[in-house]
Ligand binder design. Structure first.
Ligand SMILES: [Zn+2]
Length: 423
């Protein structure tokens, strides 16, 4: 009898090339050739973007399959990994988890742990064994972490889709032949139902990667039909091997967790409510830094040069402004720095300057004579009221984000944020 079987795969790629989505896409075709079918969309799951061991995107793949012979599935997976993973490259440590039935609460919890924090191979193996899964490992087998987490991913609350088109092998490493004009046109017709196709600010096409990997392009969107429709609008001048629509946790902010400054740790991504403590300043390198405080402590926030016009919002903040920041925590020498991905400006302080008043009689600028008063040097008129000038703030309350070119895979673009939980 056929059962639902989950296959999780991770860490088959290397810095040189290769790609876990390609291995997943090939495996789907092999499974179908064997007479089985997928039972739902394949998944592309992004894990903690701050993981120091990650290869490029820290992505894992999970496939829900209907099958009766688990050994045969295991065999198919084994062959595809042997064939396509960069096994001879240092740092490629594939891991596969095969689970019959649905993931337990323990595996679901493990997903949230791995998308937000760091885990170990030992921790993944322990949970995998508790849950009677099958494990396949190559080299150090670090991939078991992502493979297990991808199976446990809970996408019921929020998910997006990505259509990934893969290239024929003879084209790997060559310039991608996708007409940029058709990408802009597609974006015009489908944004914001599709997103991160282009970067308006830099004029850059975002759907094609720059690495020598087998991915030709990826289109992100809110439904399977819109990414497919968008794909058909493109003019592509090279043969496409195949395309696959993945269900993903991209653009959902799954990596972020609300936290007080005192509880912040390295390599996690957080949401902090606080008050601007110091005036943001540009450094020589074009980065902007300021200090944020809450009732538990203070932390440096950074908007780096690649965040482009986002920095011009940040630099307009003033001490006393109430904001919520979203971003990754990094350790810089002794202290933590939060790399901003998004900011919610909740309220702005009123800014004013106080100066000597003009003389009510002759309109000349008066001079201060003591704490209480001013005198007009020209006509000797006295006055006790100073002049207060309100300064117009250049930003307004609202949510601001980094441009598409600087956005993390997991970050939810504002175009998708209809309801903001932490506002
Ligand atoms: Zn006067």
């Amino acid at each position: 009898m056929e059962k639902r079987v989950w296959i999780g795969i991770d860490d088959t790629d290397s810095r040189r090339g290769g790609c876990t989505t390609y291995v997943g896409a090939v495996l789907i075709r092999r499974i179908e050739d064997a007479g089985y079918g997928l039972d739902g969309y394949p998944r592309l799951i992004r894990l903690n973007p701050n993981c120091p061991y990650k290869t490029r995107g820290n992505a894992a793949v999970a496939l829900p399959v209907r099958a009766d012979k688990i050994e045969l599935l295991e065999d198919l997976v084994f062959k595809v990994i042997e064939e396509y993973a960069d096994l001879d490259i240092e740092g490629t440590d594939p891991g596969v988890i095969i689970l019959v039935g649905e993931p337990s609460e323990e595996i679901r919890k493990y997903y949230w742990h791995v998308v937000r924090d760091l885990s170990t191979i030992e921790e993944a193996e322990k949970i995998a064994l508790n849950n009677e899964t099958r494990l396949l490992r190559w080299n150090k087998g670090r991939g078991v972490i992502g493979a297990l987490a991808a199976i446990g991913a809970d996408l019921t609350m929020e998910k997006t889709y990505e259509l990934i088109a893969h290239r024929k092998k003879e084209y790997w490493g060559t310039v991608r032949l996708v007409d940029p004009k058709s990408v802009w046109l597609m974006n015009e017709k489908t944004y914001p139902l599709t997103f991160d196709n282009v970067d308006e600010e830099t004029g850059e096409i975002r759907i094609t990667p720059h690495t020598p990997c087998p991915v030709l392009l990826g289109i992100r969107g809110v439904t399977p039909s819109i990414v497919e429709e968008a794909y058909k609008m493109l003019r592509i001048y090279e043969p496409v091997e195949f395309y696959t629509i993945f269900e993903t946790n991209q653009g959902t902010d799954a990596h972020l967790q609300p936290m007080k400054i005192a509880d912040v740790r390295e390599n996690i991504s957080v949401i902090i409510d606080g008050i601007v403590k110091t005036k943001p300043r540009f450094t020589m390198g074009g980065h902007v830094f300021f200090t944020l405080e809450d009732e538990t402590g203070e932390i440096t926030c950074a908007a780096y040069e690649p965040t482009k016009s986002f920095r011009h919002v940040i630099v307009e903040l003033e001490p006393g402004d109430r904001i919520t920041v979203y971003g990754a925590v990094k350790r810089k020498t002794q202290a933590f720095t939060l790399n901003l991905e998004k900011i919610h400006v909740k309220s702005l302080v009123e800014l004013s300057i106080v100066r000597q008043p003009r003389c009510p009689v002759c309109r000349k600028r008066m001079e201060k004579i003591n704490e209480q008063g001013y005198v007009c040097k020209a006509c000797k008129t006295l006055s006790s009221s100073q002049e207060v000038i309100m300064i117009r703030r250049k930003i307004s309350p609202g949510i601001y984000e980094v441009p598409a070119s600087a956005r993390r895979h997991l970050s939810k673009p504002l175009a998708l944020s209809s309801n903001y939980q932490h506002c």
